[in-house]
Design a protein around this ligand. Structure first.
Ligand SMILES: *Cc1c(COP(=O)(O)O)cnc(C)c1O
Length: 353
């Protein structure tokens, strides 16, 4: 068996610090829902619940299996953010005391006869045009069934990362105008991470915070990347000016160079589209991707790295090298990197410093 392994290190202390930073931005009454869908954005759902349970008021997931996983560890609120799709799922979610998003008529028909609607989060479409009732349709349902009921009204922003985008204002306005027409007992929720950071006044009754917890939010220096993706260098060679590296000879040496091959490729979840010049870190120094990512290897330029040796770690992102760096320079998003890494990369839970 090989002793060489690529690793994801996950630092729970950073998850906890990020949550504290974000909670400081909220209005007093706002409750904090940690969004831990997609296996806690690749951080492992059940470990994450153990590590953060005392700091949060609830959890948001998409799959019912994930909700059941959380229920083994926590009695806090669990919201199924895309609701349920059959009577069986509804009964199961009721037994497990899950909160449910109701985003269309089919889902409403499964729950409309309930006396108590406190566990239902009615989602309205304010411009994302993906899920959610049209506002006029929701008002009809409200008038007929929900007038006296307590429930949560929710919507989701399309451009919360971009403070200047006009869509935020138009979504907020539709949401506010609607909620002003409803009874005063309802709760409200519209904020994901970007909304909390850019429009904290809209943290309302519940925030649904995902990427910020993991440190993948672009525009804030206080939030640190909790995940390190690292892999060992397994070979180093010298090449001459004019030599080409990797498939299709994409990278051509402008000078004599030292090239290291790293034990991580697209089959591990590193996108094949990673560009030449993308920064990685070796011995706390910046090295650059040089040549197309292969299935099991990535080549990097270590010409300038002093003492670079076989066995050195190459970090693709880490608390020191924010994940926003690799995602921005490759026109991708940090959510994608976090959730794309394959299971053959070993997950290790520890702080590196
Ligand atoms: C994923 C998701 C969130 C969390 O968004 P972040 O940008 O990761 O904070 C919030 N609400 C809904 C409905 C989601 O699907």
């Amino acid at each position: 068996m090989t002793s060489i392994k690529s690793e994801i290190l996950i630092d729970a202390n950073i998850l906890r610090k990020n949550i504290k930073v974000i909670k400081n931005k909220l209005q007093k009454k706002s409750k904090f829902m940690a969004v831990i869908k997609s296996d806690a954005y690749g951080h492992n759902i059940s470990r994450t619940v153990e590590d953060i349970d005392d700091l949060v008021d609830g959890y948001g997931v998409v799959r019912i299996e994930e909700a059941l996983e959380i229920r083994k560890k926590s009695n806090k609120k669990v919201l199924l953010m895309q609701g349920i799709y059959s009577k069986e799922e509804y009964i199961l979610s009721k037994n497990q005391k899950l909160d449910l998003v109701i985003h269309n008529k089919n889902q409403f028909n499964l729950v409309k006869d309930e006396e108590n609607h406190e566990m239902f989060w009615y989602k309205v479409n304010t411009g994302m045009n993906r899920l959610g009732f049209e506002i006029s349709d929701f008002i009809k349902i409200y008038e007929k069934y929900l007038k006296e009921k307590k429930f949560t009204l929710m919507s989701h922003l399309a451009s919360s990362n971009d403070k200047e985008s006009s869509s935020n204002e138009s979504q907020f306005k539709l949401f506010n105008d609607l909620s002003n027409q409803l009874n005063k007992n309802i709760l409200k929720s519209i904020a994901n991470t970007g909304c909390i950071m850019n429009f904290p006044e809209f943290s309302l009754d519940w925030v649904r915070c995902g990427i910020g917890i993991y440190g993948g939010y672009l525009n804030d220096d206080q939030l640190k990347t909790a995940m390190t993706l690292r892999s060992p260098i397994i070979n180093i060679r010298s090449i001459k000016k004019g030599d080409k590296v990797g498939y299709n000879g994409r990278a051509v040496a402008k000078n004599d160079m030292k090239i290291a091959s790293v034990y991580l490729g697209y089959a591990d979840g590193l996108p094949v589209t990673i560009k030449d010049g993308t920064s990685v870190m070796v011995r706390d120094q910046i090295a650059k991707v040089f040549g197309r990512v292969s299935m099991d290897l990535t080549t990097i330029d270590v010409t300038q790295i002093s003492n670079c040796r076989i066995g050195d770690w190459c970090e693709f992102f880490s608390p020191k090298l924010p994940i926003s760096n690799i995602s921005k320079s490759n026109d991708l998003i940090s959510y994608y990197f976090m959730t794309n890494i394959k299971s053959r990369v070993k997950k290790v839970y520890k702080s590196i410093d």
